[in-house]
Ligand binder design. Structure first.
Ligand code: EPU
Length: 435
């Protein structure tokens, strides 16, 4: 397994082009199961999770081809096997998003029940509630969720849970509702931009989905869907991670293809900390793929702030670890509260190993800033926690070794190449060589 060896405290300068969004791509790929015609997706990032999803779709009878420029062609050729096996689901929880498409199109879906994961319990009860409400019969057998139906029927469904709505649950119900008989109304739907992306694709395929991006999504079922071509939005979490990289290293970075309108909560928190973001070409319509300058070099002190993760448009849980790394360098005491995954703090112990002063109480971490972070060997078995450690390593003195960057490869396309191109010193080594 690979590690990153990071020489800290090098100034960054230059441009980073943001890749297509992982979390938008995964449900879009699964939606290709809803038709026998070809679905073409552009700007698909080259990531481990994407390759896993392509592998799963192939097992489900879908031909998947990707060319070197991120254009993915998907076409179902065989509907015989509708089983998402444990071996795949355990490597990628997002496999659950084939449940709705398979049930709606084939009348049967068998998906291995995802287990717990490094960032918390992550139940799928809301997904199942949605499938049942539309007429699916659910059984749990030998660790598999089996859903069957002889045709789905539209219904009004409430998808709120103790931590807000569910992104992939909303995606599943949308995919099921699009082929159901009559109207499906999702109340307390997830409002994330990735849900709007899915609605856009479903509508291009001949579906009728309205209200995506709001808590009330209305779907009028259609008999069948056809092929479509769609360009995936840029990755808001990748963009946010590099914006924080500029702030933590007090550098100026330009982010191209940046979905700045999806990052207003980050912009707000960075501004509160004293870090400015300037959007060029600010006209409406251009802000989804904008050029954004993050001005870290002029920051005298990073101010301490409070931040609470929330469902979109609130501050994203997927950028919590990265911001916490930055707040270790702030001039005073910050408070970080995690409201989506209250256990998502794998980075806390690792940052502490680098000299950070962090005090956790339940879902809240108090960050005592102003400490010098010193490079150390660290590891976190979560994608975003690992990203937070890379950022900490960029700003710490000395050498930081981030072990098991396997997790980063799931969600960041060519992370070390992109950062090295703007001045970072990151070396990918085989773990055996890293000491
Ligand atoms: N929840 C339930 N019941 C359910 C489903 C979810 O209680 O049936 C809870 C979860 O435990 C959590 C909250 O609801 O507390 C929100 O979970 P959600 O279902 O929205 O998460 P998800 O759809 O499984 C997606 C992203 C995650 C991201 C979350 C929250 C993908 C592939 N994954 O997961 O991304 O953190 O939404 O925004 O889109 C990542 O990219 O690193 C990542 C973990």
């Amino acid at each position: 397994m690979d590690s990153f060896v990071i020489e800290g405290q090098t100034a960054l300068c230059g441009e980073i082009v943001i890749s297509g969004s992982k979390n938008a791509s995964l449900p879009l790929m699964a939606a290709a199961l809803l038709t026998n015609e070809e679905v073409i997706l552009e700007d698909i990032p080259d990531l481990r999770d994407i390759r896993n999803m392509a592998g799963l779709l192939r097992e489900l009878g879908c031909e998947v081809d990707v060319d070197g420029s991120g254009v993915m062609r998907l076409r179902v050729v065989d509907e015989g096997d509708s089983h998402a096996r444990y071996e795949i689901v355990r490597t990628m929880r997002a496999s659950i998003c084939v449940l709705g498409p398979l049930l709606a199109k084939r009348g049967i879906a068998k998906v291995s029940m995802p287990g717990g994961c490094a960032i918390g319990e992550r139940p799928v009860d809301l997904h199942l509630r949605g499938m049942e409400a539309l007429g699916g019969e659910i059984d749990l057998e030998a660790g598999d969720i089996t859903a069957r139906c002889g045709g789905l029927c539209g219904k009004t469904i409430f998808l709120g849970g103790p931590f807000g709505s569910t992104v992939l649950g909303t995606a599943n119900v949308m995919c099921a509702g699009v082929l159901a008989d009559g109207f499906t109304v999702i109340e307390s739907a997830a409002c994330e931009p990735e849900i709007v992306e899915l609605a856009n694709l479903l509508n291009l395929m001949g579906g009728c989905v309205r209200g995506a991006g709001t808590p009330r999504v209305v779907i009028e079922g259609v008999k069948e869907l056809h092929g479509a071509r769609y360009r995936v939005m840029p990755d808001r979490i990748e963009a946010g991670t590099y914006a924080i990289a500029a702030a933590i290293t007090r550098s100026d970075l330009t982010l191209r293809n940046c979905p700045v309108d999806c990052l207003l909560s980050l912009e707000d928190r960075l501004r509160a900390a004293g870090v400015g973001m300037v959007c060029h070409g600010d006209e409406p319509g251009m802000r989804s793929r904008a050029t954004v300058e993050v001005c870290g070099s002029v920051v005298d002190v990073i101010r301490p702030i409070q931040v609470t993760t929330q469902p979109y448009p609130g501050y994203p849980t997927d950028l919590q670890a990265q911001l916490m790394a930055m707040l270790c360098f702030a001039d005073g005491i910050s408070v970080v509260t995690e409201k989506i995954y209250p256990e998502r703090f794998l980075h806390v112990a690792e940052l502490s190993r680098m000299g950070a002063h962090l005090y956790r109480q339940g879902p809240t971490v108090v960050v005592e800033g102003g400490r010098r972070l010193v490079g150390a060997p660290v590891m976190a078995s979560d994608l975003r926690a690992s990203a937070g450690l890379v950022l900490a390593g960029l700003a710490a003195s000395g050498t930081t070794t981030v072990n098991r960057v396997y997790h980063l490869d799931r969600g960041y396309e060519k992370m070390e190449e992109k950062l090295n191109a703007v001045g970072a010193k990151i070396c990918r080594v085989d773990e055996g060589d890293s000491g």
